[in-house]
Ligand binder design. Structure first.
Ligand SMILES: CC(C)(COP(=O)(O)OP(=O)(O)OC[C@H]1O[C@@H](n2cnc3c(N)ncnc32)[C@H](O)[C@@H]1OP(=O)(O)O)[C@@H](O)C(=O)NCCC(=O)NCCS
Length: 143
């Protein structure tokens, strides 16, 4: 995982531009306390969760642009959820920009549902949509 910091930082910048984590933040997010980082084969993507008791926060998920829509994001999310379940989390939460239709589609397909909105949450004035999915084996804690 320490060997992944450089390419993750580069992919962060390519993916999120001005909102990308700095290299120091990448290190903190991938290696910090209560964080779990997941990297896909061939450096094609990564995901990071933050554990807080029964909740696992999905901090990030990103797939290299040329490889999107091939199931890599779904696999990364499945791994992150399996690990979170093993860590005792009951549900997974995330925040996503209301304008990020791709991510909203991706999360919706994965069973996440909107539970809240944070107006003007992002630097560009975008609202954040807060989404949640249950991690029970039958998805029964989806709230
Ligand atoms: C969101 C993201 C991680 C999805 O990764 P991905 O590997 O392309 O997603 P998958 O191929 O696993 O897609 C799984 C399902 O999600 C949905 N989905 C994915 N991309 C979609 C899109 N552009 N529009 C609508 N639905 C989409 C589909 O239902 C898809 O299943 P299908 O291809 O069988 O129809 C990727 O688009 C990405 O890196 N985006 C930029 C970073 C970002 O916005 N991250 C989220 C905020 S932190």
């Amino acid at each position: 995982m320490p060997g992944d910091l450089d390419w993750v930082a580069k992919l962060e910048t390519e993916t999120f531009g001005p909102d990308a984590w700095t290299p120091a933040q990448v290190a903190e997010e991938l290696l910090g306390e209560r964080r779990r980082g997941f990297v896909a084969v061939d450096r094609s993507g990564y995901a990071v969760t933050l554990l807080a008791g029964e909740v696992a926060d999905l901090q990030r998920i990103a797939v290299r642009a040329s490889l999107r829509r091939t199931g890599i994001g779904r696999d990364l999310l499945a791994h992150a959820q399996q690990q979170a379940r093993g860590d005792g989390a009951q549900r997974m939460l995330l925040e996503v920009a209301a304008s990020n239709a791709t991510a909203l589609g991706f999360y919706g397909r994965a069973g996440f549902a909107e539970i809240d909105r944070r107006p003007r949450y992002y630097k560009n004035g975008d609202d954040a949509v807060v989404m949640s999915v249950g991690l029970g084996l039958d998805g029964s804690t989806a709230s």
